[in-house]
Ligand binder design. Structure first.
Ligand SMILES: [Cu+2]
Length: 135
């Protein structure tokens, strides 16, 4: 019991510090709205395609550091099916393109990681399905 009563003040401090940290983080997190955001993709999120896409193109709401962008495509087993880097589009700094090899029917996940011009990394993923041509 003695030990317990000694612990109480330090728990209060912990809560105070945690609360401060939480507010500090939420203020910092508020600047997240300045990051580049994905506004459009081709193939679109959750699309079901009957023709294999030749490339993946991502569009953002603002310019990104295209040379630091990475896009990868993973099959349903999580295996990467691409080994190339995305290309920038010279007259549109808000977009990146990843040329694709021939891909088999199945469910795919697009993972992307880009660098906003404000220096923050934005990382996310989405998926699409390629169905058999005969279906
Ligand atoms: Cu940012």
């Amino acid at each position: 019991m003695k030990q317990n009563s000694q612990l109480v003040p330090s728990f209060k401090w912990l809560i105070a510090i945690a609360t401060l940290a939480f507010f500090a983080l939420s203020i910092y997190g508020g600047s997240a709205f300045a990051h580049a955001k994905l506004v459009k993709s081709d193939p679109p999120n959750r699309a079901t395609l009957s023709i294999a896409p030749k490339q993946i193109q991502l569009w953002f709401n603002e310019e990104i550091e295209g040379s630091f962008a990475s896009i990868s495509l993973h099959d349903a087993d999580g295996k990467s099916v691409t080994d190339t880097s995305p290309e920038t589009v010279p007259d549109d700094l808000k977009t990146v393109v990843l040329p694709l090899p021939e891909i088999a029917p199945g469910r795919y996940t697009v993972n992307f990681r880009i660098l906003s011009t404000d220096g923050h990394v934005v990382e996310s993923d989405y998926s699409f399905t390629l169905k058999n041509a005969e279906q």
